[in-house]
Write a protein that binds this ligand. Structure first.
Ligand SMILES: Nc1ncnc2c1ncn2[C@@H]1O[C@H](COP(=O)(O)OP(=O)(O)OP(=O)(O)O)[C@@H](O)[C@H]1O
Ligand SMILES: [Mg+2]
Length: 293
């Protein structure tokens, strides 16, 4: 079995260096190990860049969290005082002014929803539980439970098939990932066309793949690139409600688990297949990261 080891040593001048060692056993014709071939690289510079990136990412996330958290309070004041003023003036308002109040309050409420979604987004990987061995099938069942009212209102169906292995993941994040993808698959369809959604799980080696297939409105190929960005929406709010954070959240969850996410669609009107792949065991469970100093 190949072995990877990352460790720190202290050089002769007292400076710490990070080394990465990869070892492969050499065997004779009977399969007995006769020697070990090992290559060791000095990765101190790469480690310093990675640490700096981690630090600045953590700072950015803290910043996003603080902004979204602290902005809600003054915004709530705007909404409540606008509502109070509207009530106080109720007898004196003409139709136009009443509509202006409606737009102002509606805008403030929508901003609050966007901030809440952003808060949720900034929490991924920070405020969620640690990764443990979980049953992926339980995560999909939980997601479906949350979506029961939306599914019943749509008159459609969701079919779950394939393999749903156990894997090392955050149960809460996996459930939210599935919930967002299935929620979109239920939502983005023509009004006269009840959604038919298929959720298929499969396992190949150390990789767990899920496909969420719908027969809905589909996606134009030139729009696919921006779908996973925060606040990126292809449809107007009057046609489909939403804050445009769901897929960005999905991407962040998948990245937090060292996986990939994407979508295939033959174009508008041809449905979509959103997919993601996660490692069943994260790489450091296989290779191990050790600090010997
Ligand atoms: N299954 C789908 N079929 C067609 N278009 C989709 C599908 N899923 C997502 N989209 C498009 O991608 C956009 C972004 O989706 P995303 O889930 O991030 O946001 P949302 O659904 O608008 O809001 P929310 O934050 O409430 O999920 C959507 O507005 C829609 O235009
Ligand atoms: Mg969505």
């Amino acid at each position: 079995m190949n072995q990877n080891l990352t460790f720190k040593i202290t050089g002769l001048k007292g400076n710490p260096r990070w080394l990465d060692s990869h070892a492969v056993p050499l065997r004779d014709t009977r399969g007995n190990i006769t020697a070990l071939l090992s290559v060791t690289r000095d990765i101190t510079e790469r480690k310093a860049v990675e640490d700096e990136l981690k630090r600045s990412n953590a700072e950015l996330e803290q910043f996003a969290y603080a902004i979204s958290h602290d902005m809600r309070q003054p915004l709530r004041m705007v909404t409540s005082y606008l509502t109070l003023i509207e009530k106080a003036l109720s007898g004196q308002l003409d139709d136009n002014t009443r509509q202006y109040f409606f737009f102002a309050i509606d805008g403030a409420k929508r901003m609050d929803q966007m901030i809440l979604a952003l808060l949720d987004y900034s929490r991924v990987g920070r405020k969620t539980e640690i990764k443990t061995q979980i049953a992926s099938r339980a995560a999909v069942d939980e997601a479906l439970l949350f979506l029961t009212p939306a599914l019943e209102a749509s008159g459609g169906s969701v079919e779950v098939s394939g393999d749903w292995p156990e894997l090392i993941a955050s149960r809460d994040e996996l459930s939210r990932l599935l919930q967002n993808l299935i929620d979109n698959a239920i939502k983005y369809h023509e009004p006269n066309q009840p959604p038919q959604v298929e959720v298929h799980g499969s396992q190949s080696g150390n990789s767990f793949r899920v496909e969420v297939r719908d027969q809905g409105i589909g996606i134009a190929p030139d729009q696919i690139g921006r779908l996973f960005n925060v606040f990126s929406r292809l449809q107007s709010r009057s046609r489909f409600e939403g804050s445009g954070v769901g897929l960005a959240l999905c991407r962040k969850i998948v990245e937090h688990h060292g996986g990939n996410i994407g979508v295939n669609s033959a174009g508008e009107g041809y449905g979509s297949v959103f997919w993601f792949e996660l490692p069943i065991q994260p790489s450091h469970f296989i290779s191990g990261e050790n600090d010997f100093v």
